[in-house]
Design a protein around this ligand. Structure first.
Ligand SMILES: [Mg+2]
Length: 373
């Protein structure tokens, strides 16, 4: 007998970000998760997640009002068929953005269910055999003083991370000389054996970004992320030609078509798409295969607990990103979520994603409970 989806529950929890974090292009005021629970007629529950700084309420409404009715009674193993149906159902109102955050959360929940139905951790279902995955620590806002930046980076190293990321684009990208000074201070503080990643969060034009990359090259930078606006694919390609620091981008791409455009335009060395935005596990697997064919690296953006099984199974996966600003809410939303030890996360040897929600916390803080089914 096939399993049937009996109900969907959608929750929204968020947390204000205090301290005035800002990168080169935006201030972060709050972060939140939209949590989807898909329950089958036999009582199995799959969990899926997407996240937001703004717009979580709209994502919840879309899932509740438009997607849930189409899922009730369906076989949750039909991940590909369901994805294709929603792609065509939603394509007229958005092929990037919130539509795909909603689809991602639903798709991830179906994949979690697939693991629970088969009794297999997802990395095993995907054919992987890695049991731990390297993770880097990510923070280092441009709004920090030089001292705050250096302290945070040293703290990451003290926690065992071998790879750390911080922001460039000081004063909105208008002061790249200060970026050079800050990169030098971080390198001097952490020593030569730590991998340094820098992230400009879309702030530069290509010429300025190339100039900055060449000016920080002597500090041994492992990758330079989002040097120009994410949609400036010609600018990304120009950056890549102008420096030998590897170019990382992709957190703002949606679907396989976004990844295709990066690849055919030679606009990335490391593709950083995000399964909680791009369309879930179904779409991540296709994107990963494309990067493998182009012989570039795959390094999912954020959401390390969701991406852990993918990174354990995808051959060209480099590492995962653990954002400091998500650590607090992640620890509250999940019970005993894996945490990095010495820069690695162990893959849970439990069915599906191997994650358990803390429903006491979620129910108590659910911002959209009147909308839930
Ligand atoms: Mg980034």
């Amino acid at each position: 007998m096939p399993h049937k989806i009996r109900k969907l529950d959608v929750h929204l929890v968020s947390t204000p970000i205090t301290g005035g974090f800002a990168d080169a292009t935006r201030k972060v005021e709050s972060v939140g998760y939209v949590v989807v629970r898909v329950t089958t007629d036999s009582g199995l529950e799959g969990i899926g997640i997407t996240y937001h700084e703004v717009g979580g309420e709209a994502t919840c409404a879309l899932i509740n009002r438009n997607m849930a009715p189409k899922l009730i009674g369906r076989d949750p193993l039909q991940t590909e068929a369901i994805w294709q149906e929603f792609f065509h159902y939603l394509r007229g109102v958005g092929r990037k953005g919130l539509m795909y955050c909603a689809l991602s959360a639903v798709d991830i929940a179906l994949w979690d269910l697939k693991g629970k139905i088969t009794g297999l951790p997802l990395y095993k279902l995907l054919g992987g055999n890695r049991t731990k995955v390297p993770v880097y620590s990510s923070g280092g806002w441009t709004s920090y003083s030089d001292e705050e930046l250096v302290e945070e980076m040293k703290g990451m190293v003290a926690r065992g991370f071998k790879t750390i990321k911080f922001k460039v684009g000081y004063e909105g990208g208008r002061n790249p000389r200060r970026d050079v000074q800050r990169v030098r201070k971080v390198r001097e503080a952490v020593g030569p054996d730590i991998n340094l990643l820098v992230d400009a969060n879309n702030c530069f034009d290509a010429a300025t970004a190339v100039q900055l990359a060449n000016n920080i090259r002597e500090y041994d930078i492992m990758l330079f992320e989002e040097p120009v606006f994410a949609d400036d694919i010609p600018g990304l390609a120009r950056f890549k030609r102008g420096t030998d620091i590897p170019l990382a981008t992709g957190e703002h791409e949606y679907t396989k078509f976004g990844v295709r455009d990066l690849l055919i335009n030679d606009a990335a060395d490391i593709v950083q798409v995000d399964g909680a935005r791009i369309g879930g596990y179904t779409e991540m697997l296709k994107c990963a295969a494309m990067t493998e064919a182009w012989n570039v690296k795959f390094a999912p953006h954020a959401m390390e607990n969701i991406h852990l099984h993918l990174a354990a199974a995808i051959p060209n996966a480099l590492f995962l990103e653990r954002l400091l600003m998500f650590e607090d809410i992640t620890a509250k939303v999940f019970k005993d979520a894996p945490v990095p030890v010495d820069g690695y996360m162990e893959v849970p040897d439990l069915p599906g994603l191997g994650l358990e929600l803390d429903m006491d916390f979620i129910r108590e803080h659910d911002e959209t409970s009147p909308l839930s089914h």
